[in-house]
Design a protein around this ligand. Structure first.
Ligand code: IVH
Length: 343
């Protein structure tokens, strides 16, 4: 309906205008990195176009900006409720804190120190992937642990992530499989991205983790695809069907068999000395890895023990994250330039 005194614009004309405008602003934002309008203004244009197309479906063109990401409502990503919450980990910052954690675990298991799995802590963004009948059905970010964001089209652009599972040696694919892991940007992709930005005179990204997080949460999966992300999966949260794993070490092996990328640097140890040896090994060597890692995650191996240990309100009692202390760096100040601005 036209407002009093104004003549309603032909919807086809307005839709074409909006399409041109949105394309222009998307180009300014993504390609030229000199946006002329705010994100909110951009979203308002898209929403107007979506509303118009919903009202007049014949106006939808295959190349409309609303069609870029299959069916994703523009403006914000759809939210997904996690069937099993994604918890975070308790941290240990010293060998003493680590030993205290092992002692607590041992006490809770009636004096038996269980086998422990040491894994590198990947510095990325945690994701949860659901496979139904062997096919990737949904990918979600952690969000607040209970509700995350649906990033399925974006995750599908990550070449490491299988869209369909391979059959494991047990000859089985679970009916429903939920796996968890970390999406990250390899150091090489990060360096190449920043080099290209520098050459184009664009502002540089601060670190791979931030770019990985930002890239995964874009509404336009084409941009995600150009960012060259990778992933490591490290846990099986749900296995519906016969033949599920009984130990964390077995889960990692099964994930590999199902064709997931799994970090190969891991060890099963029997006591705190074993964990400390793993920590020592990777303290400096981690800098030579092609991805960023900020510590080691130690997990109780047997899933039955994990179940027995349970969780507090925030953390599982069966795992701990050991964080390497930040390394000291020396910066030499070679000069100070004083500038006088307009004010
Ligand atoms: S296990 C119950 N294993 O670190 C939580 N987490 O600080 C189980 N992370 O939220 C998490 N590498 O995003 C686990 N090998 C690894 C990991 C890992 C990185 C992240 C994960 C988690 C955060 C906790």
């Amino acid at each position: 309906m036209a407002k009093t005194g104004t003549k309603a614009k032909d919807p086809a004309v307005r839709a074409a205008e909006l399409r041109d405008e949105i394309e222009r602003h998307a180009r300014l934002y993504y390609v030229e990195d000199r946006p002329e309008i705010t994100d909110a203004e951009y979203d308002a244009l898209l929403r107007e176009l979506i509303a118009l197309e919903e009202e007049h479906p014949r106006l939808v063109t295959p190349d409309s900006p609303t069609q870029r990401v299959g069916g994703t409502p523009v403006g914000e990503l759809p939210s997904v409720r996690h069937e099993i919450p994604l918890l975070s980990l308790e941290n240990a910052y010293s060998p003493e804190e680590l030993a205290a954690w092992v002692k607590r675990v041992t006490e809770r298991l009636d004096g038996r120190t269980p086998a422990l799995v040491c894994e590198l802590k990947i510095d990325g963004l945690s994701v949860s992937l659901v496979y139904e009948e062997g096919r990737l059905a949904r990918a979600a970010t952690r969000g607040d642990g209970t509700t995350g964001e649906d990033v399925t089209p974006n995750v599908k652009t990550i070449h490491d992530v299988p869209l369909a599972l391979k059959i494991s040696s047990k000859g089985k694919i679970p009916d429903v499989l939920e796996v968890r892991g970390e999406v990250y940007m390899p150091k090489k992709s990060f360096a190449a991205l920043n080099k290209a930005r520098e050459e184009a005179g664009e502002p540089l990204f601060a670190n791979p983790r931030n770019v990985a997080a930002g890239s995964l949460r874009l509404l336009d999966a084409k941009i995600t695809a150009s960012r060259r992300l990778s992933a490591f999966l490290y846990s099986i949260a749900r296995w519906e069907g016969a033949g599920g794993p009984e130990r964390q070490s077995e889960s990692l092996f099964t994930l590999e068999e199902l064709s997931f990328p799994v970090n190969p640097h891991r060890a099963v140890v029997s006591d705190v000395e074993g964990v400390l040896a793993f920590l020592d090994k990777w303290r400096t060597k981690r800098h030579d890895l092609p991805f960023e890692t900020d510590g080691v995650v130690v997990k109780v191996d047997a899933l039955a023990d994990q179940k027995r240990l349970g969780q507090t309100a925030k953390f599982p009692r069966w795992a701990v994250a050991y964080k390497y202390p930040p390394e000291e760096a020396t910066t030499v100040v070679t000069g100070i330039v004083v500038q006088v601005g307009r004010t």
